[in-house]
Design a protein around this ligand. Structure first.
Ligand code: G3I
Length: 340
């Protein structure tokens, strides 16, 4: 009898301690407990502001630069490399136990003026190799994953005719992956894309078939980024996303929700907030339930500063912190789900 009472008291104590510990977990630790890294993109040097740094630390085990790793910012002309912002980010991340993701080695936007469609294949390959070698040698062991190529498909599933496609040909992606693996075999290599999250979508299917082909050929590739710049005005299909994630798991590919935000029409904010919350909850649930989803990275964290109004006028309020950098209801509800 005494033993039974002792056992019940012990069990209650364990339950209370467990629930208290999980109650107090930060967003990033709650996500870690669910099996993935939470993170965000950060603007150059914003972590020098203590209040911003506090938010980054609560929410991130992985950070990515919003702009400073892109050609136009990193290498504005042929002879000058602007390492400063990236070095600062890498130092900050190391001091705060965070991974750094590189975004992006090759893309059709934000290129430097000297990146030219007039290069011959040989000139373009030389430039590509130089870019990979310079960056990946400098940051060897310090970058957990690279977006090697960003946005390489058109909506119809054909390859986007970016400068690298035009000068090198469709094998530019393979070439970049092989070279990147040669320079830093221990980092993870990703291809990153938007509108590629739903199985059955033309672009998503084309990307899956292409990645499968790369795997079969033995080309080094570890993951696919699904940007997840979503909009509450469009249909959201959890089943199609899950099916897509699972077919990637079958071929040994990990998934990152790599640039998450969910924009809503500014003239109907309240009506769309519930839809937005359901989308956020669904994605964090998918990340918790599907073992090959390894990170969920939001594109920034606050509505105070966002790329959306510039590209989607009339849309916004897409993140989980409001314009005063205070967590919204959606943030609290996602956190509560992650802590369970
Ligand atoms: O640095 C210049 C500054 O010198 C100049 O005075 C100012 C005038 O407009 O522009 C500044 O550059 C801007 C840059 O952001 C840095 O703030 C560019 O105009 C602006 O186009 C650029 O926008 C970025 C956009 O990519 C460009 O393609 C956004 O911040 C960035 O959030 C966005 O991120 C992309 C991802 O890389 C890929 N997926 C989509 C996502 C959203 O478009």
């Amino acid at each position: 009898m005494k033993n039974k009472r002792f056992f019940i008291t012990l069990l209650s104590a364990v339950l209370i301690v467990t629930s208290l510990t999980s109650c107090g977990k930060s967003f990033r630790d709650a996500a870690k407990q669910k099996g993935f890294r939470a993170g965000m993109s950060v603007g150059a040097g914003i972590f020098f502001d203590k209040s911003v740094s506090k938010i980054i630390k609560e929410n991130s085990y992985v950070v990515v630069s919003e702009n400073c790793m892109k050609w136009a910012n990193l290498r504005p002309n042929k002879n000058f490399w602007n390492w400063n912002d990236i070095d600062q980010l890498v130092k900050y991340a190391q001091e705060n136990n965070m991974d750094v993701k590189w975004h992006t080695l090759f893309w059709h936007r934000q290129n430097s003026p000297f990146v030219s469609s007039n290069w011959t294949r040989e000139q373009a390959l030389k430039m590509m190799d130089e870019h990979i070698e310079t960056i990946m040698t400098r940051y060897k062991g310090k970058i957990s994953e690279y977006d090697v190529v960003n946005e390489m498909f058109e909506e119809d599933g054909s390859f986007r005719k970016n400068v690298w496609y035009e000068t090198i040909g469709p094998d530019y992606i393979e070439h970049a992956l092989i070279k990147a693996h040669e320079v830093d075999p221990d980092t993870k290599l990703y291809l990153n894309e938007y509108n590629n999250e739903c199985k059955g979508n033309r672009k998503a299917d084309a990307m899956f078939n292409y990645v499968k082909e790369l795997k079969e050929k033995g080309v080094p590739i570890d993951g696919v980024g699904m940007q997840m710049h979503l909009d509450t005005s469009y249909n959201y299909n959890e089943n199609a996303i899950r099916a897509n994630i699972q077919r990637y798991a079958e071929i040994g590919i990990e998934i990152s929700f790599s640039e998450l935000d969910v924009r809503i029409p500014m003239d109907a904010i309240e009506a769309h907030e519930v839809v937005q919350e359901n989308i956020y909850l669904s994605l964090y649930k998918l990340a918790s339930e599907e073992p090959n989803v390894t990170s969920v990275i939001t594109w920034g964290y606050t509505d105070k500063k966002s790329w959306i109004p510039a590209e989607f006028p009339g849309k916004g309020n897409a993140l989980m912190y409001d314009k005063d950098s205070k967590p919204k209801k959606v943030y609290k509800d996602v956190l509560e789900y992650l802590r369970k």
